[in-house]
Each structure stands twice: as C-alpha cells, then as structure tokens.
Design a protein around this ligand. Sequence first.
Ligand code: GUN
Ligand code: FE
Length: 430
Amino acid sequence: MKTLIKDVTLITMNPSREVFPGYLVVEDNIITEIGRGKAPVHSHQPHRFDKIVPGKGRIALPGFVQTHVHLCQTLFRGQADDLQLMDWLRKRIWPLEAAHDEESIYISAQLGIAELIRGGTTAIVDMETVHHTECAIRALQESGMRALVGKVMMDTGGNVPTGLQENTNESIEESVRLLEKWNGYDNGRIRYAFAPRFVISCSDDLLTEVGKLSRHYNVPVHTHASENREEISLVEVTRGMRNIQFLQKIGLTGPNLILAHCIWLDDSEKRILADDQVKVTHCPSSNLKLASGFCPVPELQSMGVHVSLGADGAPCGNNLDMFLEMRLAALIHKPTNGETSMSAYTVLEMATLGGARAMGLEQEIGSLEAGKKADLILVNLEKPSAYPSVSTDPVSRLVYSGKSSDVEWVMIDGKVVLDEGKLLTLSERE
Ligand code: GUN
Ligand code: FE
C-alpha cells in the first residue's frame, strides 16, 4: 500500500525544525519520502500511488503522544471534580476501580481510545487498574492505537478497598505474565511497562523487584511521583527521605523510568531527575483540577530533564484532549516566568517527539522523517472557528487555537483509523 498526502503544510518536528508546504509518501507503515512543493505525480505513472489524500488547507504533523493516561478511569470522570488527589482516590476512584469488571474495563478503554484518536493522539502510556488489564489491552490492540501499557501494582498502603489490595507475589506474577504475553505484540505496537501506582501504595520488596525485572526485560517503569503534599509527607514518614531520593535508593531512577507529575521537588530531587535521565510527564489539567500544584517544567527543561505531556485520569475538560494539555502547558508558567518561558514549539515538541522519547521510541515515531513509522495526523485549521487565519505561524495556531474537532485524518502504523473526522472500525480499515 502506497499513499501520497499532497499539497499539505508539514510540521516535521525534525532536528532542523522545518515547517514547509509539500508532500509526504507512506509505504505500508513507513514514511518513505517527504518533499517540498508539488508532489511527484506524473501522467506517465498514474498508478504510482494506491491512494492520494488531499492536504490543501491542512497541516500534517506527527501524532500526539500522551505519556500518562488511565483508560480504566474514563468512565469515572466528572464524578468528583471538586476533590483533591487523596480524597479523590480514597473516596471515589479506588472504590470505583475495585468495582470494575471485565466488560466495564473494556468499555472504559474503548471510550478513552475513541476520544484520543479523534483528538489526534496516536500513542499512549497507559496505567490500568489491579484487575482485568488484559481487557484494556484487547481494546488497544483492536483500536490500532500504539501503547505502552501496564497493570497497576499496589500491595500496601492506607484506605484501599479490599478488592484492590494485592499480595506482592501475585502482583509481580500477573505483571510478568502480561509482559511476556503482550510486550512487542502487533509488530511492537503494543508494549508493556511495569506500573507500581506510587511509593505509598507499594512495599519496598515490590519496588525493588520491579526495578530488577525492568532491567531484566528492558521495559520501562511507569509510576506517579510527588504529585501531592500529603503523598510526599507520607513518603517522608514511612521511608525517612524525599520521594525521588527514595526512588533512586531503591534502584528505580534511570532513562527507563516514566514519572507522572513531579510537582513537589526539592533541588536535590531535580538534580536526580536530570542526572539519571528520568522521563517526567507533565499533566497540567489534572494538576489544576486535583489541586495538586505546578510542575516546574521550564526549570526542569533548563536542567536537561526530558518532559512530555499527558491528560492523566482527571483531565479538566473531562476529555483526553491533547490540545487542552498543550494550551495549559504553554500558559501556566507565563505569569511567573515571563512570556518566553515555554514557546508554542517547545510545547508541541513535548506533545510529539518528547513523548516518543519517553516511550523509548524516538527512533521510530515522534517526527515526520523518511524511515520513521507512519503515525501522523492531518489537522484543518482553516475552519471559520479556527481564528486567526492561515497567514500566521501554524505551530502557534495549533497550540493556541487548535481543537480536537479540527483533527480530520489519523494514521497509526500505516493504517488510517480516522477519516474525515470519523473513526473507522476494524473492517473499514485498509
Ligand atoms: N496517584 C496514585 N494513583 C493515582 C491516580 O490514579 N491518578 C493520579 N492522578 N494520581 C495518582
Ligand atoms: Fe495518574
């Protein structure tokens, strides 16, 4: 299958940061050609392409990568919008997760995936709940979405409903079973990451073993850290040190660690994140809604920390909308750090290449370059609702005035999954 997208504005996210009008060719699941200007369609070669996609008035860019979501929580949104994190978990989310069954997890995942694809997200790092993770993996596999997914692990900690508390060995055995079955599935589109929930819901034994297993299998660890003041004080009380220091001591910090939130950090912890090349996920809308605080993204980036973006399970629009996360990320530091603290380009890079890097996939996805996998989207920013008009910088327009409903076409691993704004079912896909 050979597809040409022609007459399109390309935001490549390549090392030279090139944005230009041109065309792009996809063969099977790989981008094979990118060029400026008119596409190479010749009258003597009318059948060179199986499909030609018109790009006029559209922007082509790499699909968004959200590096922290909970598909299992899609059905619970809007239930406790006024609570802060620990009440939200204890009073609402943990009892609801404990009540999930196979069907509700599957439906929750399907709903979340539909929102993600409609809004141009093509890859996610997903943390499920204790049980039935395989149902969410099935939904991911059927949807065509690229995902790094893991069953949540929680073998200790206060106020967890009985149905959610695991014993250490069961938690590890089930995680390893899922990893061995699913990691690398569908040509590497589905991958596994260990997902201990956060330090205060895990024993030292569990965390130590997760570190060893992640090195043994060379898979990432995905967890929450330093999101909330009560959480970090519980770590100090039980472990006698700061949260990130403890993660380092127990052997978890390194380039394979994906840490969501990272709000309440002292200087020594910021240094660890930089020195150990930890991947931080910024979740601006969730951080506002759960009254968690502000992740010091500009400072972390200036220290060399990799930061990407995710909607988490409690996004403030109650939608897994990367445009909202980008816009909030761009706005949130302006009042304190000044207008240049995070440019629209920096934010878009966090939403694409930065996410790919966090997933360990920067050689495969995250930019439009020949040889990379075809995870890309077409966005129409010429609708009357998209103000201002075409003449301005497309990156700035995407970040400050783009909406999920402007996404018209989505390709993941060479398969079209959204066409003219409509999700395609498995049988409709080519
Ligand atoms: N910390 C521990 N569990 C959770 C969760 O499910 N969501 C968020 N945002 N933070 C957490
Ligand atoms: Fe979360």
